[in-house]
Design a protein around this ligand. Structure first.
Ligand code: ADP
Ligand code: ZN
Ligand code: ZN
Length: 743
């Protein structure tokens, strides 16, 4: 017997199948998905890999499998999916396999892996950003220290013995790092249960409204009959979508099956998780990035052995080791976090559909502002649509007003806050009500420019403007982390007229303090949210301590209920409208509707949207909170311009240190593409990317517009699998289908 083995490695050259002889004593235990150790290359070290197929003949096999490990193996279904993903997302099978392994078990030495035990726990003692700055400024110099700290940045909260083995750093070194104050060692003997201190009151199913009932019955039919179906629950915030999910899951459990629930990372709040815990107790597993490696491992094991039957998590929870999937639910299905931005660049929605079909169970997508693609499919009857028009608990829908910021300038208001919004904030302060000020900062930053000659301070490694950070008084590059001192004089023309453009949250906070000196405020953005749980801490503080004003970016939009908030001010509605991306308008609309939903859950709420484009349909429609109107306008534009859902956008990115080689390879791929293309594919000539240099890597790209089909995948595979590309050590080629950003 012979086994086809994939080596667990990122190397391009190893992205192939290797044949091995299966020794006699392994023949009845080996299976597809088994983790094996094999002799590889010249050394005596064994490489680890996975069996992806078994066969009776092989022309190449000349070595035997040395060891087989049954625990932490994958299933045959895992391997089928990994193969499919590798083809569809143009990556190595091993990249996909990694997502399916229990967290912390990627290491090839069994003794190096995270496992169940107790002992000293290691935590970072400072926020990641601060550590990075210390490393950058050479305050932390030792390679060993850097290695440990960088590992902890990604895997905070790990047993010291695991850390020792994984990083191959001696325990005495940890003591030094601890003395320097960068890490903390804590004796921990309790079970790694993230809910250990929770005492949640159980709740019971609510009697569904007529709208809810119809939707519930439709989907429950598929659960009972073990049938695949793709469903969209389109219902405004508070219309009772989550209650439907809970009752459907109840039915799934009664059938002896299990459930996967995906939510955007940012809405994995305790409030959301608590509702599942309240209904189902400790059979709920939660997977998110703030858990320690050990906690994630434990949750994974409990799903795997059937102790837990409901898994809630962000994108990668779709790979959770659920045995009998009975339903897959994707909440806030329009959220861009379901598409991965790094290899493998998969879309969890596509994988969910694949898994639901394989498991003969329903897939349920839910949103108040469905993705244009999803709604289009619903209109084409490819998805069953359920509409919830009313709020389940009769909460009101807020009143939304638009303020034209061009007039503000005309009447002498140079502040970021319009007179109208100032007036409303004052009213709220008097009445002791809370206010949220939202800054739409996507695609927006504070950059500095010379008003004399137009010079803009840019990163020396990336062709992108540096962002000003007020708290450390530095200029930073958001792509590579490069830092520079603030300048007072233009390096080009020596002028002192340096201006700071853009409106960051820090600047907003300063203005608020000036205008409302007696208000207490709290700020939430990437700068303030770094430590474990601090996202939660800020929001809890806002809620419990009755802080007057919460200021923040995208993070405040989702998943929270603030009963006392009666006013939401959107400072710059259109900051994201003008991005070079066909989804910019859609995202602006979605964000505005969602942020408006934060106001007046229980009392009358007001929303004020400040804009320089009051006539834009995304702004007008969000004022009316009218998704259908928006959909109709946007879809006709998409059709006219041939954008998704009418086609897919495939981005082929080329990047490398040698600009000539990058250019040459992109031209080569282009020639191969057009030599096989037919009428249904639009291949655009290679051009430099909008951000044409990142970390000293030059970037070129090809855009293809067409419907992704099996044939197209073959054509692209043919075009990028060229010997010249394979031989080039420097130039990387990455294919991304319907990417989140076009830069
Ligand atoms: P969504 O997920 O659409 O935002 P939720 O399911 O969170 O909506 O419902 C909003 C609020 O209404 C919640 O407090 C929920 O408990 C309540 N609710 C939902 N369905 C019902 C119902 N049928 N009867 C009474 N209250 C309900
Ligand atoms: Zn100048
Ligand atoms: Zn940079």
């Amino acid at each position: 017997m012979y086994a086809e083995v994939i080596i667990n490695s990122d190397a391009k050259a190893l992205n192939r199948i290797f044949d091995y002889i299966v020794p006699n004593d392994m023949q009845n235990i080996i299976k597809i998905g088994a983790r094996v150790f094999v002799p590889f290359g010249r050394g005596t070290k064994l490489a680890d890999g996975f069996v992806i197929d078994l066969k009776d003949k092989s022309e190449f096999a000349n070595k035997e499998i040395a060891k087989i490990e049954i625990e932490n193996s994958l299933t045959e279904e895992n391997i089928v999916l990994a193969k499919l993903m590798a083809r569809k997302y143009f990556c190595n099978i091993s990249d996909c396999i990694k997502l399916m392994l229990p967290p912390g078990t990627q290491s090839k030495d069994i003794s190096n892996r995270v496992k169940e035990k107790t002992g000293n726990f290691v935590f970072l003692n400072k926020p990641k950003d601060e550590i990075e700055i210390l490393i950058e400024n050479r305050k932390i110099k030792s390679d060993k220290h850097i290695k440990v700290l960088r590992f902890l940045e990604k895997n905070d909260g790990i047993y010291i013995s695991d850390l020792e083995q994984i990083t191959e750093v001696n325990r005495s070194v940890f003591k030094t790092i601890e003395k320097n104050g960068y890490i903390k060692l804590v004796e921990k003997q309790i079970e790694r249960n993230p809910f250990i201190n929770k005492n949640i009151e159980r709740d019971i199913p609510k009697k569904l409204t007529e709208e809810q009932q119809k939707c519930f019955e439709g989907i429950n039919f598929c659960i009972q009959n073990e049938e695949f179906s793709k469903n969209l629950i389109y219902g405004i915030t508070g219309s009772g979508k989550t209650e439907i999910y809970l009752q459907l899951i109840q039915k799934v459990l009664e059938k002896g099956k299990e459930a996967i629930v995906l939510v955007p990372e940012i809405s994995l709040t305790p409030q959301m998780v608590d509702r599942f815990l309240a209904r189902f107790g400790d059979i709920v597993a939660v997977l998110h990035s703030k858990l320690s490696a050990g906690e994630r491992f434990d949750e994974w094991q409990k799903i795997s052995n059937g102790e837990k039957k409901i898994i809630i998590g962000a994108r990668s929870a779709i790979f959770g080791p659920v045995k009998k999937i009975g339903i897959i639910i994707i909440d806030e299905e329009h959220d861009m976090s379901y598409k991965a931005d790094s290899t493998p660049r998969y879309n969890a929605k596509d994988l969910a559909k694949y898994l639901a079909e394989k498991n003969n169970c329903p897939l349920v997508l839910g949103s108040a502002t469905p993705d244009m693609i999803t709604m289009h499919q619903a209109k084409q009857n490819e998805i069953i649509l359920y509409t919830l028009k009313n709020r389940a608990n009769n909460a009101r829908i807020p009143k939304v007003e638009i303020v034209d910021m061009r007039n503000e300038l005309a009447i002498g208001n140079r502040s970021m806050i319009s007179f109208k919004l100032q007036e409303e904030i004052n009213k709220n302060l008097e009445n002791k009500k809370q206010t949220i000020l939202f800054l739409n900062r996507r695609g927006y930053s504070t950059f500095i420019m010379c008003r004399e000659c137009g010079y803009v301070a840019k990163c020396k490694n990336c062709n992108i403007s540096l962002t000003y950070h007020m708290n450390v008084n530095k200029l930073k590059c958001h792509y590579c982390g490069y830092e520079a001192d603030v300048i007072n004089e233009c390096p080009e023309c020596r002028s002192k007229k340096i201006k700071y453009f853009g409106t960051g949250t820090q600047k907003l906070e300063n203005e608020v303090h000036k205008l409302f000196p007696n208000a207490n405020t709290i700020r939430m953005d990437l700068d303030t949210v770094t430590k474990k749980n601090s996202h939660e801490e800020i929001l809890n503080k806002f809620k419990k301590e009755n802080i007057d004003i919460l200021l923040g970016t995208q993070m405040i939009v989702k998943g929270h209920h603030f009963p006392k908030v009666t006013l939401v001010g959107v400072i710059t509605a259109d900051a994201s409208l003008n991005l070079e991306d066909y989804r910019a308008v859609e995202r602006t609309f979605q964000t505005l509707v969602q942020v408006s939903g934060r106001a007046g859950r229980e009392e009358n709420g007001n929303v004020i949207i400040q804009t320089y484009n009051p006539d834009h349909y995304a702004i007008i429609d969000s004022q009316k909170q009218d998704y259908d109107l928006f959909y109709n306008q946007e879809i006709s534009l998409r059709k006219m311009l041939n954008y998704p859902p009418f086609c897919d956008i495939i981005l082929i990115n080329f990047s490398g240190k040698k600009v000539d080689e990058v250019k040459k390879i992109s031209n080569l791929v282009y020639k191969k593409l057009i030599s096989v293309q037919n009428g249904n594919i639009n291949v655009y000539k290679p051009v430099p990317s909008p951000v044409d240099k990142i970390q000293n890597n030059y970037r070129w790209r090809i855009i293809i517009k067409c419907k992704v089909t099996s044939k197209i995948l073959d054509i692209i595979n043919y075009a990028i699998k060229d010997d010249i590309i394979k031989k080039s050590k420097d130039t990387k080629v990455i294919v991304d289908i319907n990417p989140n950003t076009m830069n």
